[in-house]
Design a binder for this molecule. Structure first.
Ligand code: ADP
Ligand code: MG
Length: 325
């Protein structure tokens, strides 16, 4: 199978979006933007052995690669529309490719995203790079930089599940239902696209949780030129996380664990009452975890008392980071 046959067989599907003037097959994709909206573009790469374990199913790798990009689109309050895929493979294994493209198109279909182009190469390691283009109402863009002292800090869903799931995968102890639930949070994250658009009119700032609650909240605060406080006793944790790990480790995952792809956002206190209806409509738990201050940095409290927390966070070129390989 040559590269052209591979693209035709696994990545070319009939497009239904009439704004894709030209999709796969020419030198570039030609896309028609919607009038009055700004374009947004994001890209994210998954490297085998660095971002996922070597034995992860191809469909899950593809799903994750799409979901992490969707999450960045969500964090800006935008709508995803088109994606391109740059894929590096050791070999063209038909079973792997069929599974991969199933996961890819399934994740994309959840949000009506069309695959409009890409690049296929051979290499010594699987590398999946996806780029998504979307659009947004220019008056409803969410950024990291708008938080003000006094704003409340909220997160969607529960924190720490994906990192706990990854830990269980690593140690090979996935036997209970709750363990499987946590592993699924790592394997199949769901970007908060609809929720982000619903909170966009109220929120002052937002970021998606990819590196961990503490690390990402700090990034939001730094971008806003503000400080903040998080109440670790208020962190929303799933029943599965509490069933699989003791209280101290669960809290560690919730504060420091990455890969949840939930939304962290801030909003003025007077907008808070409107959140309960949004939570109901979107069928998602929204929890106030802290407050923006006019200081610097991010402090933690436990039932009101200072709580010392040293965040490790994930840093790619940090010598201490261990890869999977
Ligand atoms: P070029 O040589 O002009 O860069 P290619 O031969 O690499 O073009 O690709 C042919 C067509 O297939 C292009 O439209 C490209 O966008 C598309 N394509 C290549 N690889 C992929 C892929 N993995 N997924 C989707 N489309 C792809
Ligand atoms: Mg060309």
């Amino acid at each position: 199978m040559d590269e052209f046959e591979l693209i035709r067989q696994y990545f070319t599907r009939t497009l239904t979006d009439s704004d894709v003037r030209i999709g796969i097959g020419d030198d570039g994709a030609l896309l028609r933007p919607a009038a009055g909206r700004d374009l947004i573009t994001v890209v994210d790469t998954l490297v085998e052995g660095v971002h996922y374990p070597l034995n992860m199913a191809a469909a899950d790798i593809a799903w994750r690669a799409v979901a992490v990009n969707l999450s960045d689109i969500a964090a800006m309050g935008a709508r995803p529309r088109w994606m391109t895929l740059a894929l590096t493979l050791r070999e063209a294994d038909p079973d792997w490719l069929a599974d991969f493209s199933d996961g890819l198109f399934a994740a994309a279909a959840e949000h009506d995203v069309s695959l409009v182009g890409g690049d296929t190469t051979r290499g010594r390691q699987v590398v999946v790079s996806i780029q998504i283009t979307g659009d947004v109402d220019p008056d409803r863009v969410l950024t990291r930089s708008g938080a003000k002292a006094g704003d409340r800090i909220y997160i969607s869903g529960t924190a720490g599940d994906a990192a706990a799931g990854l830990e269980l995968l690593r140690s090979g102890t996935v036997s209970s239902d709750t363990a499987n639930e946590l592993v699924d949070r790592f394997r199949r994250p769901n970007a908060r696209i609809a929720l982000a658009q619903a909170i966009a009119p109220l929120a002052s700032a937002a970021i998606d949780l990819s590196d961990g609650l503490y690390a990402d909240t700090l990034k939001l605060l730094q971008a806003s030129g503000a400080g903040g406080r998080i109440a670790v006793d208020a962190l929303p944790m799933s029943a599965a996380l509490r069933a699989e790990f003791d209280a101290q480790r669960a809290r560690q995952f919730a504060l420091g664990g990455g890969d949840d792809y939930e939304l962290c956002f801030t909003l003025p206190a007077e907008e808070e009452p409107r959140l309960s209806e949004i939570a109901l409509q979107q069928k998602v738990r929204l929890t106030r975890v802290g407050i923006v201050t006019d200081g610097i940095g991010l402090d933690c409290t436990d039932n009101g008392a200072p709580f010392a927390y040293l965040d490790a966070g994930y840093r790619h070129f940090d010598a201490a980071e261990k890869a999977w390989v």
